[in-house]
Ligand binder design. Structure first.
Ligand code: ATP
Ligand code: MG
Length: 562
């Protein structure tokens, strides 16, 4: 993988400064620390890119570490999925795949050290009492009546907590810091709780589990992390992060650096909310192509390159904002424009009979595979008397600016001939247009001299006898509002039309060879890929992104609704 260019943001500045002062002996070591309690989403992509790219750019390393300190919500299924997703993005952690649970024994030993230093104590207050004693933002907290237990008693109780002598919730181990601290996180935070739960890796070995705020700095320090990048909500936890490392006397402790979460308009980046969408049946699962999960976006046909480009364009900031989904789509479009093979597909077919074209004759016409790619070459597509065009490319009574096909008018068929509409055939009962009778001008074959003949538009088509039937799924935004939480209940803002399924679509015969995951540009329509769930030979397409930005249309639809 090529090394990304050195960015100019505050995190790079901190690293530059640490290099200059030789703070970490010239080392840069980051980590991506997902909790395996769900699937990764676009927000995580940002964190992944930042963690891995900062390491790569500065000649350092990045670890993948599962922050698996809460056995109740974590599962191996998520571990495997996260590994696959980070790999799919193209990142490599070498042999540095770690689990916070690997350090449980060391964390326990360090807790004993803190107890012996008089910096941690076993507290018997109930969770409600702890909350009550903690005070509020405006009032200091009160000391727990158990705060002054002797070191011996604390050691004894903590060892018995580990041995399983006490029920869940009956006792905790707390750091002894300052109940009057203006920072709530410093008011004797809980380090360990009792939880008789089976852990996805350590099984039933433990019945006490460390809290994130205690486990994270120790995991970072044990792995020799230098720059521990995380999102802004941890800013107020940084003094605690530093406190643990200082009291445990880690030499050259890592620094925590916070950056703004990525929020993308019209979608959500919270595992809990995404799970609600699945459980309520609004989407089919974590890999539903409408989901902003890596699985969903991958199935939709987004590329790792486009996602990385998006994260780079968004940049790294200290203040939270919402990024337009349109920018993400633009990144996808620009990437696919370079690589996707062009083909012709008719989503809503209208039959066209070319009355002066010899019956039974089939021509093979040459057409380019990708005008953006000089090496993409050409292919041959069949043409004959009966073809299909897009229903929208014909209007019986066109308005002034409609330059496509209409009675008596001419258009060019892409890579084929100029045709003229002679007659409109309608269903006598319904009046619906069922086919067009056209004539073609043989001397206008694409690539030949058309004698100065001009048409104002070129449309796509497929040959009736050779076209293949396809099902195409069009996706719209998951939410109709820019901020899905607008008005308080995100379920109310769901887009009821986020999925539209088109059947009876027709695609050119070259697609017979297409395999799940293959991406194409359907001329004039957008980018599409074969769904990963398509059966052998089944032409089931997902629209990855329309060719043009359709967000303006969404605004109109919303205006209609209100
Ligand atoms: P969620 O809120 O979806 O549950 P999380 O923060 O609990 O996410 P973790 O598995 O703990 O999920 O996240 C792993 C890393 O990804 C953390 O360092 C976290 O800061 C980062 N991260 C999570 N969401 C975002 C986001 N929207 N933008 C940037 N980074 C994120
Ligand atoms: Mg988290």
């Amino acid at each position: 993988m090529s090394k990304p260019a050195k960015p100019s943001h505050f995190i790079q500045e901190i690293i530059d400064e640490d290099m200059r002062t030789n703070r970490y002996g010239g080392r840069v070591h980051t980590r991506f620390p997902p909790e395996p309690n769900g699937y990764l989403h676009i927000g995580h992509v940002k964190a992944i890119c930042l963690d891995f790219d900062m390491a790569a750019i500065n000649g350092g390393l990045c670890n993948l570490r599962f922050d698996d300190t809460n056995p109740v919500k974590e599962e191996d299924e998520y571990v495997q999925a996260i590994i696959e997703d980070v790999r799919w993005l193209g990142y490599d952690w070498g042999d540095r795949l770690y689990y916070a649970s690997d350090y449980f024994e060391q964390m326990y030993e360090y807790a004993l050290v803190l107890i012996k230093k008089g910096l941690a104590y076993v507290c018997d207050l109930s969770p409600e009492e702890i909350r009550e004693y903690r005070g509020t933002l405006t009032e200091p907290g009160r000391n727990s009546p158990y705060r002054d237990r002797s070191v011996e008693e604390n050691l004894d109780l903590f060892q018995r907590m580990r041995a399983g002598e006490f029920p869940d919730g009956s006792r905790v181990l707390r750091a002894k810091i300052d109940m009057a601290s203006p920072n709530m996180n410093m008011r004797d935070p809980v380090m360990y709780r009792i939880l008789h739960a089976t852990h996805h890796r350590t099984g039933d070995k433990w019945c006490i589990y460390p809290m994130y705020d205690y486990a994270h700095p120790i995991s970072d320090a044990l792995e020799g992390i230098t720059h521990s990048l995380c999102t802004l909500e941890f800013e107020d936890h940084r003094p605690l992060y530093d406190w643990f490392l200082e009291k445990l006397e880690f030499p050259s402790p890592p620094k925590q650096i916070e950056f703004a979460r990525l929020n993308v308009s019209h979608t959500i980046t919270s595992k809990r909310r995404l799970r609600q969408l699945i459980e309520s049946g609004h989407v089919e699962g974590w890999d539903d192509p409408r989901m902003p999960t890596i699985r969903g976006m991958r199935r939709r046909g987004y590329t790792p390159e486009a996602l990385k480009d998006f994260c780079n364009r968004v940049g790294v900031a200290k203040n939270n904002s919402i990024i337009d989904y349109a920018l993400l789509e633009q990144c996808v479009r620009e990437d696919l424009n370079k690589t996707a093979q062009r083909v012709m597909a008719v989503l809503k077919p209208l039959k066209v009979v070319i009355t002066n074209y010899p019956e039974g004759q089939v021509e093979e016409l040459e057409t380019e595979n990708n005008p953006e790619d000089p090496n993409a070459g050409t292919r041959r597509i069949p043409f004959s008397r009966v073809i299909y065009i897009e229903r929208d490319d014909f209007m019986e009574d066109p308005p002034r600016k409609f330059y496509r096909l209409a009675p008596g008018r001419e258009v060019r068929l892409k890579s084929a001939y100029i045709i003229r509409c002679e007659e409109v055939i309608k269903d006598p009962k319904t009046g619906e247009i069922i086919e067009l009778h056209c004539t073609y001008a043989p001397q206008t074959r694409s690539g030949s001299d058309t004698g100065g003949r001009k048409v104002r538009s070129t449309i796509h088509w497929v040959c009736a006898d050779h076209a293949l039937e396809a099902v195409i799924r069009l996706y719209g935004p998951l939410f109709l509002t820019r901020d899905p939480e607008e008005g308080g209940d995100f379920m109310v803002n769901l887009n009821p039309h986020s999925l539209e399924i088109l059947t009876g679509c027709l695609v050119e015969p070259s697609l017979a060879e297409a395999k799940p995951g293959d991406r194409f540009q359907f001329l004039r329509q957008g980018y599409f890929c074969i769904d990963s769930g398509a059966k052998e030979g089944e032409l089931l397409f997902n629209r990855i992104v329309p060719l043009k930005d359709e967000w303006a249309k969404l605004k109109e639809r919303r205006a209609d609704r209100h």
